[in-house]
Design a protein around this ligand. Structure first.
Ligand code: GP9
Ligand code: MN
Length: 415
């Protein structure tokens, strides 16, 4: 009933919400938000090289002109891409088994597309795969999306197909006309596909070497990651040509890991490490999170630990929308006064000082093991947070809850 959700609200209000206002509050007011969900893109390729060549040269340049969160973690589980979508739209945890997109697609939620439709925004997802994959066509209605441009909206043929489907370059090219047709301001999410396991790319499209190790998967990965980097570069050019760029804020994030721990040996070879420890494994769950604001010059790399859970409060705050009483588990990343606490779905967690996984506590900076006492108090807190989120999903508790997302009076400070 309603009392359980009150308890969760109390927790999120006390432990998570900040009293401070973000320095970017309202900066996206009446601007378009363009999300790019970069399939399987992990942070270890960002600003990194293979045989002397940058893996993601476009993103590396973009980062110099953006906010880049270098300690940003994915928080997904078995629901992979769909889990990342669930997390970023709701600021709730995915489930430990299965995919919420399938198991709880009829729940009552307070997802971003639904919230912002009350504030004049239109919304759409662009993804050139079958609309039923991950039960998206059903779940997108639940999340409040106005439009879903799925495979049938695209011209897919032998020439423009790579791996799982339409190539990222063709995908962005063909999407522009739909984007232009959207009523502004819009909230548009583009989900790429080419950098997907098993990361196979025709040789004539490879603009970077394959890695040389016993893992075909990791060897291939660099070529498709580069391909997506090039596709995003072309998309930016198209956004500029079509006039969409200047009125938009573009946010790029990795949905989840692409290289699993089965490839640790090859990974240690690439990273020049003796082995991949449990600590390294958690650090490999970092994915890029880039906030690019055209015309905004005060841009920088941010080291504080953060996760996909934080995207909803961050983006709403940028739009000038605030809630007093929501049950979001994330925090607005552009405020300062909360101790960052990023919980992964398996109960591992990361703070500014410590990283906990598999019953071991590490110093986050050095990667060295430290006495368990340092992490102990937070182990229970992490589990509590996961349990609270689960109770909301399993009990469909947001049925009993009226969160109000109000526009705040903002005074956007210029640089
Ligand atoms: C499929 C795409 C990839 O539509 O989102 O799914 P994944 O396997 O990464 O969850
Ligand atoms: Mn994915």
């Amino acid at each position: 009933d309603g009392s359980e959700v009150k308890e969760v609200e109390e927790y999120t209000n006390k432990n998570i919400k900040s009293d401070q206002h973000s320095k970017l509050q309202g900066i996206a007011k009446d601007k378009n938000i363009i999300y790019i969900s970069a399939e399987s893109l992990q942070s270890f390729v960002i600003n990194n090289k293979l045989n002397g060549k940058e893996v993601t040269p476009f993103l590396n340049d973009l980062i110099d002109d953006s906010y880049y969160f270098e300690n940003f973690y994915h928080q997904t589980e078995q629901g992979k891409t769909s889990d990342s979508e669930f997390v970023i739209e709701n600021s709730l945890y995915p489930l430990s088994r299965g995919a919420v997109f399938f198991t709880h697609s009829q729940n009552e939620l307070n997802a971003v597309p639904e919230i912002i439709s009350d504030h004049g925004y239109t919304s759409a997802v662009f993804h050139a795969n079958n609309k039923s994959f991950w039960n998206r066509s059903v779940m997108y209605d639940t999340l409040g999306y106005d439009e879903f441009y799925s495979e049938t909206a695209y011209n897919v043929n032998d020439e423009n197909t790579i791996g799982w489907g339409l190539s990222d370059k063709a995908f962005f090219d063909q999407s522009i006309k739909y984007l232009k047709s959207m009523e502004e301001p819009y909230y548009a999410k583009f989900i790429t596909l080419t950098n997907h396991f098993p990361f196979e790319l025709p040789e004539d499209k490879q603009n970077i070497d394959k890695f040389d190790s016993n893992s075909k998967t990791l060897n291939n990965y660099f070529t498709t990651a580069r391909y997506t980097d090039e596709a995003i570069k072309q998309f930016f050019q198209k956004l500029k040509e079509s006039g969409e760029y200047k009125d938009s804020i573009i946010i790029i994030y990795g949905d989840h890991y692409g290289i699993s721990e089965y490839h640790n040996k090859a990974m240690s070879q690439y990273l020049g490490k003796e082995e991949i420890t449990p600590f390294d494994h958690i650090q490999l769950q970092r994915v890029p999170f880039i906030v690019h604001i055209p015309g905004h010059e005060n841009d920088r790399t941010i080291s504080k630990v953060s996760g996909q859970m934080d995207m909803k409060p961050t983006v709403l705050s940028m739009m000038g929308i605030e809630t007093e009483n929501g049950v979001d588990f994330g925090t607005d990343l552009f405020t300062d006064d909360v101790d960052p606490f990023v919980v992964l779905r398996d109960g591992s967690f990361i703070t500014q000082d410590y990283l906990y996984t598999r019953d071991t506590c590490y110093n986050r900076k050095s990667g060295k093991e430290v006495p368990m006492e340092k992490c102990k108090p937070l182990v229970a807190k992490a589990q509590q947070e996961l349990d609270y989120s689960d109770s909301i999903i399993y009990g469909d508790l947001l049925r009993f809850y009226n969160a109000e997302y109000n526009e705040v009076e903002t005074e956007v400070k210029s640089n």
